[in-house]
Design a binder for this molecule. Structure first.
Ligand code: NAP
Length: 287
């Protein structure tokens, strides 16, 4: 069933996740018929689920928002990470190729090792330093091998409906706590709403390939936390800088994961807007 609206039906796996809900909502707002699916009814590791929904709903594009995103847990739950982040996109790519339809898939800044002093571009060498990053990297190839496959690497997502850094810090600050935040990892926060818009722009452009999409300005986590404090009217002294070695975690994080978005901007014909406005909007609503 294409659609009565004249717009193509889009299949959105992972539609109840943080990005997935923003993606499904944006598509609906723009008049696209959406097949919004998630676990347990649609498991991207099960080709039979993909076949069933493709046959039933006949989508004309897939935007995959499903992933195993627990970065620290992926160090020990490696089989699950590989099944969801490597095999899942490969199954979706096969299904998209056999139906002759576009597949857009989301990857991560964690494919890089963090040692480059400047922003990472799409053809910089990849070298993930944690298992999540390597499982996501392995999911990129099958999508890019598909003639109509697009991979968008993004970073530091925030938006309604998911645990994320903004929600964690805002909840603590509102509760009167002082927070210690690492000041030696630099990256680009990105709102799920802005990323969903970029994915739709890419879908409509008909220009598949590998893109970076994240929002300026680049900051450290501590600087980002200060911006959250500022938006909440909380004094900046309630956010204290610390270093990664004082916060040992199972998975290592890259020191610099800032990505260049010039390729996306050339395709879209417009600069990527800053995350600051999105942050204010997000903090003003339900976290
Ligand atoms: N969050 C970030 O900061 C960040 C940064 C860079 C890149 N990304 C990438 O951006 C994308 C969206 O991330 P997100 O933060 O929106 O993730 P999320 O909130 O964790 O959402 C992922 C969704 O996928 C579902 N899912 C898990 N395994 C599945 C499976 N086998 N089949 C179908 N659905 C499955 C999850 O269900 P359950 O909750 O039930 O597991 C969840 O609803 C992912 O590709 C992620 O790797 C995220």
């Amino acid at each position: 069933m294409g659609s009565g609206s004249g717009k193509p039906r889009v299949l959105v796996p992972g539609a109840r996740g943080m990005l997935g809900r923003a993606m499904a909502a944006l598509l609906e707002e723009r008049g696209f018929p959406v097949t919004a699916v998630d676990l347990p009814e649609f498991d991207i590791t099960r080709p039979s689920d993909i076949r069933l929904w493709m046959a039933q709903d006949r989508p004309l594009a897939i935007i995959n928002c499903a992933a195993m995103t627990a970065v620290d847990a992926a160090e020990t739950e490696q089989e699950l990470a590989l099944a969801v982040n490597r095999e899942g996109p490969a199954h979706l790519a096969r299904a998209a190729a056999s139906a002759g339809i576009p597949l857009l898939h989301v990857s991560t800044d964690y494919v890089f090792n963090g040692t480059k002093p400047g922003p990472w571009v799409e053809d910089d060498p990849v070298d993930p330093i944690n298992f999540y990053g390597s499982s996501k990297l392995e999911g990129e190839r099958p999508v890019l091998d598909h003639e109509y496959g697009t991979v968008v690497r993004t970073s530091w997502l925030f938006g309604p409906g998911g645990p994320n850094f903004v929600r964690t810090i805002a909840t603590k600050l509102k509760g009167g706590e002082t927070v210690e935040v690492v000041d030696d990892q630099r990256g680009c926060p990105t709102s799920t709403r802005a990323l969903a818009q970029a994915l739709l722009t890419l879908l409509e452009s008909g220009k598949p390939g590998l893109y970076h999409f994240c929002q300026p300005p680049a900051v450290t986590w501590c600087e980002f936390a200060r911006a959250i404090a500022d938006s909440l009217g909380v004094p900046a002294q309630r956010v204290r800088p610390t270093t990664s070695d004082r916060w040992p975690r199972p998975a290592r994080r890259p020191a610099n994961s800032v990505m260049a978005t010039a390729k996306y901007e050339r395709m879209a014909g417009t600069p990527v807007p800053s995350w600051e406005f999105e942050l204010m909007n997000y903090l003003a609503g339900d976290l």
